[in-house]
Design a protein around this ligand. Structure first.
Ligand code: ZN
Length: 394
């Protein structure tokens, strides 16, 4: 089976979960905006999702989920906590570094702190799109470039970028030719793996929330899982469709005058998201996404989404955690750290299946871990959707 067929196989596993979420969100938005703007069938219009690519719907969380009764004040708002506790940009990076240190990784070098860009400069224009760089691993010259804002999204992005940095660090002793991720998806998955461990208990351990707040947050798992799914599950079809579009452009299957139509046809098919109005023949909507003009491969983010849950489930099993997966945190766990570092240290000296096997015991990419993670949410969605007609004809 070819690699691209593998990505479709995993999408088939995950589609029922996405479809259930899509169905619920469509109905809630329809109730909120009225059926003229959001119909109860067909595609979601792209302009009401809180993100112009519809790749994350986190910003419309409040419109699609209302906690019941006493749970209404149970949510942890990390953005507010960062402001209230006066945690600045550098401290946010330190907290993320500390997570890696708790797993037995080596501290970041002095040059990382001196040479990275953390805060948007006032005196010049810079590209703020967050990235991580291995400038010279022989002398440990690793840096991130990011214009950090003090909110939950950037807190998570910092973990993502440090995932790259600690991966670079973990394989820096290998010959140059092996100094890379097992595949691109692995590189993107490391930091994201840690973000799944930012549980209420973890936040309590690092003094971001009180014991009472952590307990309250855990009392409403649907709220926690909905917040995560609006980002993690929602991005799955998006990260798959982007390179599908690009591949058709590169092979010539899509002619130059079909660039925009083909883009929307794929967005409708995979995401169930349509353009808010007819697009002009000469429009080029794909160009608004950094990775298109930037020519950055995108399937890596799709793979990372899948792998991050495979890594998480496997590590949680190995450290003997037997509760629901969204309550598991690998923070400060020596065994989890050892397992993770051993895989990262392989770099690309072995094929990705062998690297995957080293951590999880399986050689196969699978959507099952993500399904297991979101099972409580899926059960809840199925009840909500019982009387609704789901799907969008894609
Ligand atoms: Zn990345």
């Amino acid at each position: 089976m070819s690699f691209l067929d593998e990505t479709d196989r995993v999408w088939d596993e995950l589609k029922p979960l996405y479809e259930a979420l899509h169905c619920h969100v469509r109905d809630e938005l329809s109730n909120y905006y009225g059926e003229e703007i959001v119909g109860k069938a067909g595609n979601l219009p792209a302009h009401v999702l809180g993100n112009m690519w519809g790749q994350s719907w986190s910003n419309i969380y409040d419109l699609v989920y209302t906690p019941e009764g006493s749970l209404s004040s149970s949510e942890i708002n990390l953005s507010n906590i960062l402001i209230e506790k006066d945690i600045d940009e550098i401290e946010m990076v330190k907290i993320a570094e500390n997570f890696f240190l708790s797993l037995g990784f080596e501290p970041l070098s002095d040059t990382f702190w001196e040479r990275s860009l953390f805060i948007k400069p006032q005196d010049r224009n810079v590209v703020c799109h967050a990235s991580a760089w291995d400038l010279n691993s022989d002398i440990n010259d690793l840096r991130i470039k990011m214009c950090i804002e003090r909110n939950a999204e950037d807190f998570s992005t910092i973990h993502h970028e440090l995932g790259h940095i600690f991966y670079y660090q973990a394989y820096s002793d290998l010959p140059d030719i092996f100094q890379s991720g097992a595949n691109d998806g692995f590189h993107e998955a490391v930091g994201d793996l840690l973000t799944l461990s930012i549980t209420p208990e973890y936040l309590q351990k690092i003094d971001m929330v009180s014991e009472e707040e952590a307990k309250q947050a855990n009392a409403d798992p649907i709220s926690l899982l909905m917040q995560q799914a609006l980002d993690g599950v929602v991005s799955v079809p998006w990260t798959l469709m982007l390179d599908k579009w690009r591949a058709k452009v590169f092979t010539g299957e899509t002619s130059p005058d079909e660039l925009n139509n083909s883009w929307w046809a794929l967005r409708e098919f995979y995401q169930g998201i349509g353009a808010p109005r007819d697009r002009d023949a000469d429009a080029f909507d794909p160009g608004a996404k950094y990775h298109i003009p930037g020519n950055t491969p995108y399937t890596r983010y799709y793979l990372a989404k899948i792998l991050q849950y495979q890594f998480h489930e496997s590590l949680c099993n190995q450290i003997g955690f037997d509760g629901p997966l969204h309550e598991c945190s690998i923070y400060d766990n020596e065994l989890a750290g050892e397992k993770l570092r051993a895989m990262l240290a392989l770099g690309q000296s072995k094929d990705w299946q062998t690297a995957l096997e080293a951590l999880t015991g399986t050689r196969e990419l699978s959507g099952k871990s993500m399904l297991n993670y979101y099972q409580p949410l899926k059960d809840w969605l199925d009840v909500q959707n019982a009387e609704r007609t789901c799907g969008w004809g894609g």
